[in-house]
Design a protein around this ligand. Structure first.
Ligand code: ACO
Length: 428
């Protein structure tokens, strides 16, 4: 509710704008009536100062490096919770009781299979297709298979569609991987945990028993928790915008996957690992730091910087610790991890990075861990999409149940030609 007002002076006329306060975080100036009252729009490409919705799911304080899901700090969730529990929390707003968690886990495990006909979709893709291309296509295609849960006005159908998406993403992600390496698909094993089942479908083969390594299972689960939601980021905003027209949830999540694919968003962990490999040895670091600082060179330190965090990304801390644990468990000494550690130390002491408040983000260490577990780098963004599906469906549900929800339709500052007369082609 509004306690105060801001005054905008435009063409000599004062317009009063309500100022709204959330439970924590910056106030927002409510400009919904601005156009009606003044005839002017606001201009904010990239939404750097614009709150697009009300949300009670995730809170970020970028200056302090804080990330809360439904009020719970991300490091506590990463240390003490499980991905399935975090999924429940994001969807329902509260941590589940033991019975609620058991029932939710059971429900998710009963939706892990995909329609048998969906498997034939994979054959339409080139075998060297990027798995994110496959994910966009196959997840979008789910709307053709589960049409019985696409009445978005029915909360029950919305929840069934959400459960289906959360449950089927690991199956589809593992199928995308198996297809790319020419191995048979594995059916889910619902006696395993959400993450253990995913590891088995990805790395197991039908001819052999697959034993889930509990340390890798825990590390992978933690990576999923760290990627579960992140407020109104580009892909979540894409899901909300697609959903605002009433589009079905499977199509909306496919839109989110497409947005996540970009190197400035979910593709950054793949780019970060490629960069660390390219740097190769710690003695090459100064050359890359110099390139990152050179205005005429488009090179950026991948895995560094964030639109919101102007302090250490709290997820990066957990990720670094997980990288150390996984490499120790697997008895791997990866020079890429040494390069990453050294690059971080050098960048954190460099004036350019200090002044621009550029810190490692969640993607800086995740590639090292995923590579050690055995994922090829083109699968990294797929894993991000798998985990972020939980946030996407939670945010989509919140949007659909919000009485203030409207179709998203931004305005523009038009800079093109003004009206002119058509000239027939022979006279041009
Ligand atoms: N390396 C070098 N310089 C950088 C970097 C970087 N990684 N990131 C930002 N800068 C510089 C920019 O050149 C710019 O300098 P200028 O003010 O002199 O022009 C300044 O810092 C601000 O950068 P912007 O691009 O305006 O900041 P924005 O908030 O738009 O971008 C982004 C954030 C896209 C994440 C950016 O930091 C970046 O490209 N980082 C590398 C890619 C990456 O790691 N993305 C993952 C993000 S996290 C996620 O999606 C899960």
């Amino acid at each position: 509710m509004s306690d105060t007002n801001a005054t905008l002076k435009l063409d000599g006329k004062d317009t009063s704008l309500p100022v709204l306060s959330g439970s924590v975080g910056p106030d927002v100036v409510d400009i919904r009536k601005l156009y009606a009252d003044t005839g002017a729009f606001t201009y904010d490409p990239g939404f750097t100062s614009t709150a697009s919705c009300r949300s009670a799911i995730t809170y970020i304080d970028g200056e302090e490096g804080v990330l809360l899901h439904r009020g719970y700090p991300i490091d506590q969730l990463a240390e003490q919770s499980s991905f399935t529990e975090v999924a429940y929390l994001l969807l329902h707003g509260e941590l589940p009781t033991r019975d609620e968690l058991d029932s939710f886990t059971y429900t998710i495990s009963r939706h892990t299979m995909v329609h048998e006909q969906l498997a034939t979709f994979f054959r339409g893709f080139r075998r060297d297709a990027h798995p994110m291309a496959i994910m966009c296509g196959v997840v979008g295609a789910l709307s053709a298979f589960y049409h019985d849960s696409t009445d978005i006005t029915d909360p029950k159908q919305r929840m069934i569609a959400s459960h289906r998406l959360i449950a089927k993403m690991p199956t589809i992600a593992a199928m995308a991987y198996k297809y790319s390496i020419g191995q048979p698909f594995l059916y889910p094993d619902n006696t395993l945990s959400y993450t253990g089942n995913f590891l088995r479908m990805t790395f197991g083969v039908p001819a052999e028993h697959y034993e889930v390594n509990p340390i890798l299972e825990r590390a992978m689960d933690r990576i999923f928790i760290l990627h579960a939601d992140h407020e109104q980021n580009a892909s979540t905003s894409t899901v909300r915008l697609a959903g605002s027209s009433g589009a079905n949830p499977f199509a909306c999540i496919a839109a989110g996957i497409a947005c996540l694919w970009g190197p400035a968003h979910g593709g950054a962990n793949e780019a970060a690992l490629n960069m660390l490999r390219e740097i190769g040895r710690p003695e090459h670091i100064p050359e890359y730091i110099a390139r990152a600082k050179d205005k005429d060179d488009p090179f950026r330190l991948m895995g560094f910087g964030h639109r919101v965090y102007k302090n250490y990304d709290p997820r990066a801390k957990v990720m670094q610790q997980t990288a150390e644990e996984v490499l120790k468990e697997l008895n791997i000494s990866d020079p890429v991890l040494d390069t990453a550690r050294e690059l971080e130390q050098i960048a954190l002491k460099d004036d350019y990075f200090i002044e621009k408040k550029l810190y490692p983000n969640v993607d800086f260490y995740s590639g090292v861990i995923l590579n050690a577990i055995g994922f090829p780098s083109d699968m990294f963004t797929v894993l991000f999409a798998l985990a972020r599906t939980v946030g996407w469906v939670a945010q989509w549900n919140e949007m659909i149940s919000d009485p203030e929800q409207k179709i998203g339709r931004p305005r523009q500052l038009y800079v093109g030609d003004t009206e002119r007369q058509y000239v027939p082609v022979g006279s041009r």
